[in-house]
Structures are given as C-alpha cells and as structure tokens.
Design a binder for this molecule. Structure first.
Ligand code: TRP
Ligand code: SF4
Length: 437
C-alpha cells in the first residue's frame, strides 16, 4: 500500500527529514500481514532493514531490541513501540528491552531504585497488559547488565571525541555520565548478538526518529569493528577486502573457504591489495556474502555484529495540538488514565476542524493535522476503509469534530478499562519478563 492520504501533510515533513539524513523509505511489500502502523505510513523510514527482511522471509531468527526511559508516565506515543514489537514477536523474534536507568540517572537525575519502580509500574505492567509475551523476551536494566557496560567501554575505542561531540553537541557543563550514556545505548543495541545471548543475528531497533543519532553511532561502530569489507568496486567487481594490516593472509584464506562453502568456485586473490575478488558474484549477492562473512568473522573477533537496523515512526500529535508529551498531561492519553479521564481529554482536544461549524461544513477539516484523527490512525481503528471514510467525510465537511470525539471516546474507554484490568492480572507475571543480570 502506498503512503496513505490521511498522513500526507505531515508526511511531507518526514520525507524531507528522510532525504536530509539519508533515511531510506521502508519497503513493506511481501511482509506477512503488515500492522497498521506500517500500512499507514506511520513508520516512514528505515536504515538497513534488508537483513531483518530477509530473515523474516526465510523464517530465520532475528532480534528486536528496544529501550525505555523510566522517567515519566507511559502514554499512547510509547505504545507504538510495543505494537511493533508484538508484530515481530509473532514472527519469531528474540525480544530484548533495555530499561535505560543509566540514561535517566545521567540525563534526568533519576535515582536507580526509583527508575526500577517506575519501569515496572508504568512500563513493564503495561507491556504485559498490551500483550507482549514472556517467551523469548527479556527486559533488563542497563545498570545491571555487565555485557552492556563492557561493550560501552570497549566499542568507544573506535570513535574520537571530535566526532562524538559533533553528534551530540555536549556542553562544557554536561556531566560525564551523560556523555557516556550514548555508548551505553550502543551496548544495549549490540549486546544481544554476543555469544552468551542470541549470537550474531539480524537485529532491528524500532524507534522514533529522535533516536537516529544513536542508531548512526551504533552502525558506525559496527562497521569500524569489522575485519572485512565486501563491496562492489568501481570497475564492476565484487571484492572482499581485509581492512587492517593484521592476519591478512589468514583472513583472505578464511574468506575463500567460506565462499567456497557458499558455492563460489572462481577466485582472484591479491594479497598485495588485501583483496579477494569473486568474478562469479554480482552486486545483489553482497548481502548474502556479508552475512556469511559476519558469521565467519565472529569466530575470530567477538565484536562482530550485523549492522543494527532501525525503523522510524512518526510522533503522535498531542490532544492540545503540539507533541504528545508526559510533561504536558492534557496533551497525552496515559495508559494509566481512567476511562473517564481519557474520554475527557478527547472531548476537550484541539482538532483540525474549522473555526466554526459553518466554516467546517463549507471548507472541510484537516484530518492530517488532527490529534483526534491520529488516535484512530495510530491506535483505535483497525479497519482501513472505515478510517478512509472518516478522512473523506472530514475533508468534505460532512463529518463534524463532535462525531469524531464521541467515537474516539467510545473506543478509548473500553480500551483503557480493559488495560487496567489486564495490568492488575500482569503483576504476578512481571518476574517472567525481568532479568536482573
Ligand atoms: N534513549 C532512549 C530514550 O530516550 C532509551 C533507550 C535506551 C533505547 N537504550 C535503548 C531505545 C536502545 C532504543 C534502543 O527513550
Ligand atoms: Fe479531526 Fe474529525 Fe474534526 Fe476532521 S472532523 S478535524 S478528523 S475531529
């Protein structure tokens, strides 16, 4: 399905953002039953999705990693990540979720014990209530997982201060724990590929686009730790190159052996160029070749990882018109809001409707900037044709904001009530999800 009409206005901005930062469009063709956030263009772009896509198509295991900042209350904006995780969980993903307690301590001054309490009460209970399954899921704490902290230290070797500070723009007064915390996030993202966890596997991080700097840093560090590089050269050849000066011959021999196992028979090895050319390969074979090389390389160097992939979702508009944000409660539907509180926020929401009913009827409304319409798009309405009817009705001035608000409140109330009940039932299950190592 193409990018739908109901998100077009905002989409323009996101596509600009995509072009500016080199984020790729997300190709969902062929994915089994794409969820509504994918179908509706809410997830608008990606980096490096190809390995995960291939794993899904070939029914091979892959990893989904996410992280939560335990600082405020969980609202509908945060729910989007869980919706995506559930989608991938059904397809067999190994799920890792970081509780970013080091980050919230560093950046928000949150004590670790308080972070733990918030993480469980506000997030983990809701994740379970929303239907995240315990099987193949682990929710862990940054501050307690040694492998994460080790990676943060060790991978930092391959980035220098001038690059690092250019990404994050730290100030003279930034505390060093905060400065270090992006590297902890890199540790979060990559540690599931260590031997003692899932091992090297395609890995995807579904995030909001604000997290892109971390994703780029992570991908750069993955790349910087590779011993080999496979590329399509200017003269049209596929070549495997040894990046460093050490073990050149050994790496070329091992590569050749791995390529032979893949079925390649024709080789041109030039140790002087640290190169192994594969005359029988074409550019489109490169991802397959790289996967085999990653597996081989990981036996020689434990910091060999699939480059972390990411998908990016748009931010949900708040009910007061701007961002949905925990620090502005009327803007957000919190998952712990009572049904009546939720409905009340919907009823007093800013919409994309005309200034007066007459004007609305004459000129139509603007669903593409309407927070109430977004509730349907992102959360409350699964049926695409019903959604389209609302969109068209609004545009034509036939549908009035009061109707939308009433319908949204009607859908939201049972959702919140049900979630509250499921949250209580989830208490006994928390231990099946949490890991204290
Ligand atoms: N930085 C993220 C936030 O502000 C939280 C986070 C920590 C995270 N580790 C992560 C997100 C790993 C994705 C992947 O919300
Ligand atoms: Fe939003 Fe509905 Fe009003 Fe259109 S009619 S602006 S979709 S609330």
């Amino acid at each position: 399905m193409k990018i739908d009409p109901w998100t077009s206005a905002q989409y323009a901005d996101y596509s600009k953002l995509r072009d500016e930062f080199g984020i790729e469009p997300l190709d969902i063709a062929g994915l089994p039953e794409p969820d509504r956030l994918m179908r509706r263009g809410v997830i608008f772009g990606c980096r490096g999705f190809e390995y995960v896509r291939k794993a899904i198509m070939e029914k091979r295991p892959f990893i989904i990693l996410s992280g939560l900042m335990p600082s405020g209350r969980m609202h509908l904006g945060h729910k989007m990540v869980i919706d995506q995780i559930k989608y991938y969980q059904k397809l067999g993903a190994h799920i890792y979720i970081a509780i970013a307690d080091i980050e919230s301590y560093a950046a928000r001054n949150m004590p670790l014990d308080k972070a733990e309490h918030i993480a469980i009460e506000e997030y983990v209970l809701n994740y379970i209530a929303l239907g995240l399954e315990a099987q193949n899921t682990q929710i862990y704490f940054q501050s307690k997982r040694q492998a994460v902290k080790d990676l943060a230290f060790l991978l930092g070797k391959r980035i220098i201060w001038s690059q690092y500070s250019a990404i994050y723009g730290f100030e003279e007064t930034t505390n060093l724990c905060h400065i270090f915390s992006p590297l902890v996030q890199v540790g979060d993202i990559l540690h599931p590929q260590l031997k003692q966890y899932s091992g090297p596997l395609p890995l995807l991080v579904p995030v909001g686009v604000d997290q892109d700097p971390h994703i780029r840093l992570t991908r750069d560090l993955c790349n910087a730790h590779r011993l080999l590089n496979v590329t399509f050269t200017k003269d049209g050849k596929v070549g495997i190159f040894v990046k460093g000066e050490e073990d050149v011959q050994k790496l070329l021999d091992k590569s050749k052996e791995a390529m032979q196992k893949m079925g390649y028979g024709d080789f041109n090895m030039i140790p002087k160029y640290k190169a192994l050319y594969l005359p029988g390969a074409t550019e489109s074979d490169i991802p397959n070749i790289n996967e085999v090389l990653i597996k081989m390389e990981s036996t020689l160097n434990e910091n060999t990882f699939y480059p972390a992939a990411a998908t990016y979702h748009r931010f949900i508009t708040g009910l007061t018109g701007g961002k949905m944000s925990s620090s502005n409660p009327p803007s957000a539907i919190f998952l712990t809001d009572s049904p009546e509180e939720g409905a009340k926020k919907v009823r007093s929401a800013v919409t994309g409707g005309g200034m007066t009913i007459e004007e609305h009827k004459k000129n139509g409304g603007k669903p593409e900037v309407c927070g109430v319409f977004e509730l349907f798009v992102y959360h409350l309405m699964d049926d695409d044709s019903e959604l389209k009817a609302i969109y068209d009705g609004c545009k034509a001035g036939k549908r009035l904001c009061g109707e939308c608000k009433m319908q949204a409140a009607m859908l939201l109330k049972p959702f919140l009530a049900d979630l509250g009940a499921k949250r209580e039932a989830a208490r006994g299950k928390v231990k099946d999800y949490l890991r204290y190592d």
